[in-house]
Design a protein around this ligand. Structure first.
Ligand code: GRF
Length: 203
């Protein structure tokens, strides 16, 4: 049975598209069973619809408070019985209910080399700091901001003429490849988390 992925998005959804494309091959070992979002009208949702994948949307402002939103989001994700939940450009921090329900199987992709430059502006912060190498990090979500155990990373050079957009686009090329490669390996081989150390294929 292929591993069941629920993917959460907030924007363009190019990481989601990379996963959708990869899962078209049965040998990949995973399938996207649903896509969730925190807003309407985004290309990420349109990509899911074009692929025939069910979608759900929970906007924070449609719920009485953040905890209610978190619970509703977790319920919708759980309905699809995921083996892995993947935050791919999902621009919200989930709360304790969500984390507890999907502990150890909720992954996020971040456009910086953790532990450097956590938060919403990884590419801009790397550029402003003047680092020559940055990259992307796939990690297991914990209750911090981009602090969870690291599953995989890829390095990306910073060029002298980069602006935030050119740098972020170059990072996203690496990010999509890392996401597809790593999620596939996890789906086929499993993974373990011991303290902060994540190992793929050592069950
Ligand atoms: C990615 O770089 C992700 O890490 C960041 O936002 C970007 C989303 O890109 N948080 P997309 O929506 O997958 O194209």
């Amino acid at each position: 049975m292929p591993a069941r992925l629920v993917v959460l998005v907030s924007g363009a959804g190019t990481n989601l598209q990379a996963l959708l494309d990869a899962t078209a091959d049965e040998a990949y070992g995973a399938t996207v069973v649903a896509v969730g979002a925190d807003r309407d009208g985004i290309e990420g949702l349109a990509r899911a619809e074009r692929a025939g994948v069910p979608t759900f949307v929970h906007r924070v402002k449609d719920h009485p408070d953040r905890a209610a939103w978190d619970l509703a989001l977790a319920d919708s994700v759980a309905e699809h019985e995921p083996d892995l939940v993947i935050s791919a450009g999902f621009m919200k921090l989930v709360g304790p209910d969500f984390l507890a329900r999907f502990e150890g199987r909720f992954l996020n992709t971040h456009p910086a080399l953790s532990p450097s430059f956590p938060g919403m502006h990884g590419p801009a912060d790397a550029l402003a700091y003047g680092v020559k190498v940055t990259g992307c990090t796939l990690f297991v979500v914990d209750d911090g901001v981009d602090t969870g155990p690291i599953v995989a990373q890829a390095a990306v050079e910073v060029r002298d003429d980069d602006d935030v957009d050119t740098l972020h686009e170059r990072i996203k090329v690496a990010e999509r490849a890392l996401l597809v490669d790593t999620v596939g390996r996890i789906a086929r081989e499993g993974f373990t988390i011991e303290d902060r150390r994540v190992r793929i294929g050592h069950e």
